[in-house]
Structures are given as C-alpha cells and as structure tokens.
Design a protein. Structure first.
Length: 489
C-alpha cells in the first residue's frame, strides 16, 4: 500500500532582539561617601555582586555603613538592608542592576575606587520616580543634558541630585519647554531621582541625527564636519567611510571633525558613525555624507518605497534635479517613467508598465544619476497551488489521484502550468490538464507498478505562471510510501 501525504511548506519568521545589555564597557573612577545620606550609583557587575545582600559588604563594613535602601523595580518602594549585631546582612534583598542607584547612610567617610567591566544597559522605565545612575555619560554631562536625553516635557518632569556640601537636593525641570534650575554636573558614580510622567526608553548608545555640511561636492578640500545627535562622550571617535577621525567634543549632543579631501574625492555616499570610548556605549547608527558630482550633475540619495508592483507611486530624493518636471528623464532599469512633479531635491513618479528590477536613473541636461540600490518590482498578484485529500493510498499495481486547484491573490488571473518530479522507476504521474487557472480544478493521477518494492519517496508538484514579466511559483511537497501488500517487507 502506498501512502501519499501532503506536507504544508510554511515559512517561519524568527524575530531576534539584540540583548538589552548588548555591549560590555569598562568604567573606572572613585566616589567618597560622606557621613549621613548618600545617593550612590557605584558601577558594579551584577555577576559578581548579584543583590543588595552582597552589595552592602561591597560598600563597607558594619563600622562604616549604617544601612542601604534599594528601590524595588516593580513596586518602586524602598527596601532596607542593614547589618545585625552579628554582622550579617538583614532585610529584603533586591537584585543589583546596572543603571540603578541606592541610598546609603554612612557612619564614616568611605572612598570607593572602581575599575569594572559592566554591560551597557537600556533603561526601560515606566511612569513614576526612579533612582538611577548613569556611569556611561562621561564627565561633561550636565543635568540639562540628561533631562533632554531622557525625554521631552511630556515624558519627564524633573531630575534631582543630592548635593553633599549643602545637604540639599538640586532639581532641574522643564518650564515652557526649556530646562530650568541649577545645571549641576552628572557624576557617573552618584544616583539621581528621575521623575517620569510617562513610560520611556533611554538607550545610552550614541545617536547621530544630522551632518553639516551635507551634501558636499566631489573633489572638495578638507573641511570641518559638524555632527549633531545624542550621548556623545569625550572619548568619541568618528569614522567616515574607512577613515577614522579624531573629533573635538563640544558637548554630549555635538562633535566636530576635520574630514580630509580624500574621503570625498568621488561622487557617492560616505557612511559616518560615532564610536564612544570609555565610558560610552558602543557605536552609533550610520548617517550618509552625500558627495555630489561636480558641474551640477544630478545625484540620487534615496527613493521610497524600495519595492512594489507596476503602478506604485515612487518618490526619488537627491540633489540637482530640474524643478521643471519635463526637463528630467526617469527610468526604472531602463524603462521610462512619467514624472508627476519635481523640485531640485525630489521627484514624484510611478513605476511604469514592463519595468523590471534594477537601478533608477535620473537624467538632466547636466548629467545622469544612478541609484546605488535597485528598485525591486513585485507582482501585482500571486497564487497558491492546492491539493486534496491530504493523504491517499495506492496498492502496488494500482493508482490514486489528487484534485488540484489554484487560489488567486491580488490581480492574479493567469494560467498556471503544472509539473511534477521525484518519481522513481515504476511510479508515474499524469495530469488531467497540464494547466489551470483560478476557479478550475484538475487531477494528478499517480500509478504504482506491481514490481515496485517497499520504499518512501518525496514528490514535488510545481505550479508556474507569469505576471508583469515576473515568474511566479507555488510548490507542494509530498511524501509517498508503499509497504509490502503481504506484510513480509
């Protein structure tokens, strides 16, 4: 008996998130605890110091430390840890997390030195008050900069830091959309109360938003590039293409760097990134520095969308386009397109009939620009090949059959050509019709010769069609087997 089993081929999409603590960073320095209240953000590795029962002895002895208060990450309530009369730590233990801080009441002055490698955290914060530390911001971060880095006026209400000299808290907050209050420095080893009105995520990895000037002309001499963004530190480096630059740190949101002429010698785009040295967190997103041709020739920086079927509206962005639509010529892999509107930096067009996957070109009187990436033409419709029943049997020397049909999607109404492969000697298949379209059915009859031995084989049924010049395929995989009818094999 031969069993023919339909196996559905299901593609699986696996989404992999980068770990929250994706990069390890070495931080070093010292902090001195004064008698009484201290808000401490001493960097410690949670692997070595997993909770506050281990943290308290790490900070000092019973003769030095009176108690430690740690904020529960779920309830936001503070748990008290202290030494008992035998020197044991008592109180509810709270996990140690990089980026969290603690309230420490010291009995004596205690200086703590640290040189530790810790994972760079992503701060995922809900609304409320959080006691946090920021060991990766460098020594130039101020309260104003931290307030703005954490969010706008609709997200954060204030940042508070304790001043041991005065014994009072200093507070910065938004007023009419701008930071107000004393712009105190942020110490990487101290703790700060961050008061949020809405949930937010703060990622200390550097971010580049804009470059200036951008674009520049190919063949330009060296020039000063200004990078604007967030989370820059003093030890930042800038990479332009394959050239590493030594920037000037202006503040946590701005760097400047001298770019040599060799970087912009030829037209194209140059990726620019910022990498933070200690104590910063890794490398930024790349931002393109566009190098336009000399003589006013057009240059394409990007287009959107990157793919679509015939008739898709497409916006092309760049430089040196002609503001008169008729003075531009746009083509998709050589197929001319009609231009709807144009400015010197943007063209609106539509993917034309007969277009195929390939680069976009824009031609003006000054020259021709070619996109770095292709536009991918996708079909306006598609189809799925179906077969029933899901399982069939055939005796040796007999046959079985399947009903085949096509389900169309989108604008598909074409003819699907059928094929089958994988038959061993003595097994054959015949279609009732070699092709069909949506709404039609045909059969696949499979015959098994009596001489065929016990075996299991895969069979593949394929449907093929053309739409807008694109080849469409649907494939079904089956497993076939037939045992010895006498039960001997």
């Amino acid at each position: 008996m031969w069993w023919l089993v339909l196996l559905a081929s299901i593609p699986l999409l696996v989404i992999v998130h980068a770990p929250v603590d994706a990069a390890d960073v070495t931080v070093q320095g010292s902090v001195t605890l004064t008698p009484g209240f201290n808000a401490v953000g001493l960097p410690v590795n949670p692997t070595a110091v997993p909770d506050t029962h281990a943290l308290l002895p790490y900070l000092g002895t019973a003769a030095q430390i009176d108690r430690l208060l740690a904020q529960d990450p779920t309830t936001h309530l503070f748990q008290v840890n202290a030494y008992d009369q035998l020197g044991n730590v008592i109180g509810t233990s709270v996990p140690v997390q990089v980026g969290k801080a603690w309230i420490v009441y010291a009995k004596l002055p205690v200086t703590l030195n640290y040189n530790v490698t810790v994972p760079c955290p992503q701060y995922v914060l809900d609304a409320g008050s959080h006691l946090l530390s920021f060991p990766f911001v460098g020594t130039q971060m101020t309260a104003y900069g931290l307030l703005q880095a954490l969010g706008g006026p609709n997200v954060i209400s204030s940042v508070q830091g304790f001043d041991p000299a005065s014994g009072h808290f200093e507070t910065v907050a938004y007023k009419n959309g701008a930071p107000t209050g004393p712009n105190f420095p942020i110490n990487p080893a101290l703790g700060y109360f961050v008061n949020l009105t809405a949930a937010t995520v703060y990622d200390p990895v550097p971010v580049v938003n804009t470059l200036s000037p951008n674009p520049v002309t190919a063949g330009s001499p060296g020039f000063l590039l200004t990078l604007s963004g967030n989370n820059f530190v003093e030890a930042s480096t800038v990479t332009a293409g394959n050239t590493v630059l030594s920037p000037v740190f202006v503040n946590p949101t701005q760097l400047t760097a001298t770019v040599p002429g060799s970087v912009v010698a030829n037209p194209g785009s140059v990726p620019v990134t910022v990498t933070s040295g200690a104590p910063g967190c890794g490398s930024s997103n790349p931002v393109s520095l566009f190098v336009q041709p000399q003589g006013g020739a057009p240059f394409i920086t990007q287009f959107s969308p990157s793919n679509g079927p015939i008739g898709t509206p497409v916006t092309i962005e760049g430089f040196n386009f002609d503001a008169v639509p008729g003075n531009n010529q746009v083509a998709f892999n050589g197929t001319s397109a009609i231009i709807g509107s144009a400015t010197t930096t943007s063209i609106s067009t539509t993917l034309p009939l007969s277009a195929t996957t390939g680069p976009i070109t824009v031609k003006t009187q000054a020259g021709t620009a070619t996109s770095a990436d292709p536009f991918t033409v996708t079909p306006r419709g598609n189809f799925t090949l179906n077969a029933v029943p899901a399982q069939a049997t055939a005796l040796q020397g007999g046959q079985t059959s399947y009903a085949l049909s096509v389900t169309g999607a989108g604008d598909f109404t074409g003819l699907v050509t059928l094929g089958v492969s994988g038959f061993p000697a003595g097994v054959s298949g015949t279609f009732g019709s070699p092709a069909l379209t949506t709404g039609q059915t045909t059969t696949l009859t499979v015959a098994v010769a009596s001489s065929v031995g016990v075996s299991t084989i895969p069979l593949t049924v394929t449907g093929s069609a053309q739409l807008d010049g694109l080849l469409l395929k649907s494939v079904l995989t089956r497993a076939g087997s037939w045992p010895d009818p006498f039960g001997m094999g």
